[in-house]
Design a protein around this ligand. Sequence first.
Ligand code: GDP
Length: 185
Amino acid sequence: MAGITWHYVLKFIITGDAGVGKSSLLVRLTDQRFLANPDPTLGVEFGSKLIEIPEEGKVVKLQCWDTAGTESFRSITRSYYRGAAGCLLVYDVTSRKSFINAKSWLADVREHADPHLTCILVGNKVDLCDEEASGSSNRRREVSTDEADEWARKEGLLFLEASAKSGNNVDSAFEKASCDILHKI
Ligand code: GDP
């Protein structure tokens, strides 16, 4: 999209437990690659990307902030949330605990972020479920699509399952949330 300017700049934050794949989703979005063994001390903090929202005929510049390791200290400050239009609330479909904890991450978002913020629940690592079906994975799904979908509806969240590893639904998650944000503008 060289030479194209953007119509809107949207700030996104990415929250959820450590290890669910937040940095990996950001790297996939901005760099189209996947690191099997990322260095946890080199958490990606920020990534930017232009995306087109064909339904709206607009180009959006995404500015995405990852918690970069601070999630384990729960030290995420108000400044992190300031000005955010969108939030990816990430859990790992093979970790029930990360899904349960998404509830408290959402409470945090609701406490600190703009009340109009669009939040999309993202069940990451869905590639492991395909591997489970083919017998090549030792991780199994612990959160069903239906359960997550039902919770997302109840909380007024958008919802998608994705994989930073395969790239499945990663761009779509940001596009879906951006589209919702543009509807509100
Ligand atoms: P973060 O702490 O939430 O930022 O998580 P990371 O992005 O550092 O990922 C934690 C681990 O999960 C790493 O070993 C990643 O390679 C792995 N991972 C992240 N996303 C996926 C995915 O979609 N599928 C699989 N199989 N592994 C993933």
